[in-house]
Design a protein around this ligand. Structure first.
Ligand code: SAT
Ligand code: MN
Length: 589
């Protein structure tokens, strides 16, 4: 008798009709062999992987995608729940039967003359009870190799699954990379994702956003935990103690830079645990504990450099464990290294741009795609926390929510209690960036940075957050930050990057009860001079401006919040509606 996993593989083979089926085992031999194949194969007329300069970037490869396939495609992403209401206004919806029919049409025979890779993996460590078993099918060798970096892949998983049918099924084919035949369909009730027509990270590495956020957020809702779009970091203060934080920011808001921060403040150190996704459970002691389900970073290259993120540069250069993949960066032909805006001040003279053309410095266009990426193992990271593989996770003392806002939102603000924090997180807006296709720079509401990733009705998701809070004996403090506020001439007022450690130091002092706060209309502010500005060239006036609560801007903001809340009707928890009503009164509305 076939096990449910074997049966799944057999069904997929019959559907896709590949020439060959290969079940991945996670070994080094396998990595070497697949890389060898990828260096010789072409997809879409392009060689899949090209070896880069091994001295500068050890064990690293270059990949260039189809130019139509460089970011997540939210308009082609669907949550297929039995009723439209279950998916909520935050998701595109198609009836599950119809979605499957459509996808099955695409999938039929799609792997003829191709190899079907079967990837058994766990999200989380092999040892943790919070980890989840998964199997992805794909015909993209680039996806197969990326999954080995981003998740824990191996034979052990097949044992772990055994005769159980309780595992995530991810079905992916790159098809013919045609945007008209591209869909990412989620079936939360069936622990299933079907994806066709894209090889891009969030569309194709199904363990990442598709499973660990959209499907897992629904599992968490059912099972009493949270799957969040958050970094996990420990911040060690001069007394040697580590305080653990979660941080939620929309894509490309400096999340990865924060997770790998080298604080400017003496005696402080950041221990990295994760840069994108956190699974958060309530421990036996009534505290929140977080694990990182992933095993790698899928980071934005542009803007990553020795000044902005020296630890990531070391991570990329000290590659020890797994092949690192660079996707859609430029290539410096003089030394065969990947190049992107921000990695050096000077633009090298002999660059091939991300579309394979000779780069013209005067073109006014970037050489690397703004959403070009690296896929690198977390185990290369020199600041990796020794707690990284702790099956229990790390105890969380603070949650930081942020967005990219040139105005309105202050540098930092603390919520009075858990529910006020949930309210603050639910109203966060951010300017859109290149991580998703579409126009950049517009403000959109992005509660908990989860708008594109919550796999069920966001109104119910807010209620779930409130319910979790009720069960906590020691809830973490909740903070809101905005590193991106600009002055009248459009210049960033806060230096950001390593100086953000100044704000985190203040948060730790708050958590330890060492400093007080000042009330504002929107939450608690630091007392005067409570933020350590030692060695920073910033004027008092700028600090005042960074905390300005402008009545007119907030009236506008409240309008946008009301419009957003209105979409969810009575699904918005009463407590949040009360918070909004209070806020309106404060601003005379
Ligand atoms: O969706 S990805 O994970 O590929 C990139 C992002 O938006 O964070
Ligand atoms: Mn992300």
């Amino acid at each position: 008798m076939l096990t449910p996993m074997e049966l799944f593989v057999k069904e997929m083979q019959e559907l896709f009709q590949p020439d060959e089926v290969y079940i991945m085992n996670g070994s080094q031999e396998e990595a070497d062999r697949l890389i060898g194949i990828a260096q010789k194969s072409k997809v879409d007329g392009k060689v899949v992987l090209t070896k880069l300069n091994d001295k500068e970037y050890p064990n690293s490869y270059y990949h260039c995608s189809n130019t139509n396939d460089v970011a997540r495609t939210e308009h082609l992403t669907f949550v297929c729940t039995p009723s439209k209401g279950q998916a909520g206004p935050n998701n595109n919806w198609i009836e599950p039967g119809e979605a499957k029919e459509k996808m099955t049409e695409f999938f039929k025979g799609a792997m003829k003359r191709r190899t079907m890779y079967v990837i058994p993996f766990v999200m989380g460590t092999f040892e943790s009870k919070y980890s989840k078993n998964c199997v992805q099918i794909t015909d993209s060798i680039y996806v197969a190799l990326s999954m080995r970096v981003m998740a824990r892949v191996g034979k052990q998983v097949i044992k772990r699954i055994g005769s159980s049918s309780d595992f995530f099924k991810g079905i992916h084919s790159i098809g013919d990379v045609n945007p008209d035949r591209r869909y990412i369909m989620h079936f939360p009730q069936e622990n299933l994702v079907m994806s066709f027509g894209s090889g891009y990270g969030g569309n194709a590495l199904l363990g990442k956003k598709c499973y660990s956020l959209r499907i897992a957020s629904y599992l968490g809702y059912k099972e009493g935990w949270l799957a969040e779009h958050m970094i996990i970091m420990g911040v060690q203060s001069p007394d040697g103690k580590a305080t653990y934080f979660l941080g939620a920011f929309p894509s490309a808001c400096g999340k990865t830079n924060l997770a790998l921060l080298e604080p400017v403040l003496k005696g402080y150190k950041v221990w990295t645990l994760g840069d994108d996704i956190a699974w958060i459970n309530i421990g036996e002691d009534g505290q929140l504990y977080a694990i990182n389900p992933e095993a790698g970073f899928f980071g934005v290259a542009p803007g990553t450099g020795l000044k902005t993120n020296p630890v990531m540069m070391k991570t990329l250069k000290n590659n020890k464990f797994y092949p690192t993949l660079f996707t859609n960066t430029a290539v410096n032909n003089s030394n065969n290294t990947p190049w992107w805006e921000g990695v050096s001040d000077e633009v090298p003279s002999d660059l091939t741009d991300w579309q394979g053309q000779k780069y013209d410095k005067n073109s006014g266009k970037p050489a690397a795609h703004p959403n070009s990426r690296f896929t690198v193992s977390i185990y290369n990271c020199p600041t990796l926390s020794p707690e990284c593989d702790n099956p229990k996770g790390v105890p969380i003392s603070g949650i930081i929510f942020g967005g990219r806002r040139k105005d309105t939102v202050p540098l930092v603000c603390e919520a009075k209690d858990w529910n006020s924090g949930v309210f603050t997180a639910s109203i966060i807006g951010s300017e859109t960036t290149a991580a998703a296709s579409g126009e950049t720079g517009n403000v959109r509401r992005d509660p908990m940075a989860m708008l594109p990733f919550c796999g069920y009705n966001m109104g119910e998701y807010f209620q779930h957050w409130i319910n979790i809070g009720k069960k906590l004996k020691k809830p973490p403090k909740i903070f809101m930050v905005n590193w991106f506020r600009k002055d009248e001439v459009g210049k960033f007022m806060w230096p950001g990057f390593r100086d953000n450690s100044r704000i985190i130091k203040w948060m730790i002092e708050r958590i330890e009860g060492k400093t007080g706060t000042k009330e504002s209309e929107i939450g608690l502010f630091p007392q005067d001079n409570a933020i350590d500005l030692n060695g920073l060239n910033i004027t008092k006036e700028t600090m005042v401006k960074l905390f300005k609560v402008d009545k007119e801007e907030w009236k506008q903001e409240i309008k946008m919040i009301e419009e957003f809340y209105a979409k969810f009707g009575d699904k918005i928890p009463e407590d949040l509606r009360n918070h909004l009503a209070e806020l309106k009164i404060k601003f005379g509305l």
